[in-house]
Design a protein around this ligand. Structure first.
Ligand code: SIN
Ligand code: FE2
Length: 202
């Protein structure tokens, strides 16, 4: 058994195949209104390997100016589409917070994409957890404590898995070391989608 840091919950296979397929349809509708784009690292302007979009009142963006939440898509200038009902229900069921999420970051990983260790700390209120949903190919997820450079543990996230980072692990460092190509048939062209629901303000 893998012992996870306090406040981290991993719920393997929470969504069955039918629920995963419905969610993929919802996310297709989101990205048809708010297309995936390639964010850039602050200062260097180096593109991230993950493509991103958002739904909700606010969306997380990264560009040369920094990391922030904003209410518009950085490329189209349009408001983000609403968070699909299925995700609102999942949040109500698993977050332990009665306030709704305000942002849902949509990450798309191709076979080569990864995400370095980071904290989710651009929100102004950390009392609500971050709830993450994995769809498509599996990945190797890494999680540590709240200090950079501390010990970390890695485990695989499969399609339909949920991770909740809350309490003492709300600010835990986490990242994605690699994608395991062709490990799921959910997305017809492969790759991995990760959705993270966030409460941004108090
Ligand atoms: C993230 O930290 O934004 C994404 C984590 C993941 O892809 O599982
Ligand atoms: Fe994150």
């Amino acid at each position: 058994m893998l012992v996870l840091p306090k406040g981290v919950r991993h719920i393997p296979g929470h969504l069955d195949r039918a629920a995963q397929e419905r969610l993929v349809e919802d996310i297709r509708a989101v990205v048809s209104q708010a297309p995936l784009y390639r964010p850039e690292m602050p200062r260097s302007g180096k593109p991230l390997s993950v493509r991103m979009s958002n739904c909700g009142d606010l969306g997380w963006v990264a560009d040369k100016a920094g990391y922030r939440y904003q209410d518009r898509h950085p490329v189209t200038g349009n408001p983000w589409p609403p968070i699909p009902e299925t995700l609102m229900t999942l949040w109500a069921e698993l977050s332990g917070d009665t306030r709704p999420p305000q942002a849902c970051l949509v990450n798309f990983y191709d076979d080569k994409a990864r995400m370095g260790l980071h904290q989710d700390r651009d929100e102004t209120d950390f009392s609500a957890p971050v709830l993450s949903v994995s769809l498509g190919d599996a990945c190797l997820f890494r999680i540590g404590g709240t200090e950079r450079g501390g010990p970390t543990r890695s485990f695989r996230l499969e399609s339909g898995d949920i991770v909740v980072l809350g309490g003492e692990s709300r600010l835990a460092f986490h990242g994605v070391d690699r994608i395991y190509p062709m490990t799921s048939t959910l997305l017809k062209d492969g790759g991995r989608i990760n959705l993270t629901l966030r409460r941004v303000t108090g």
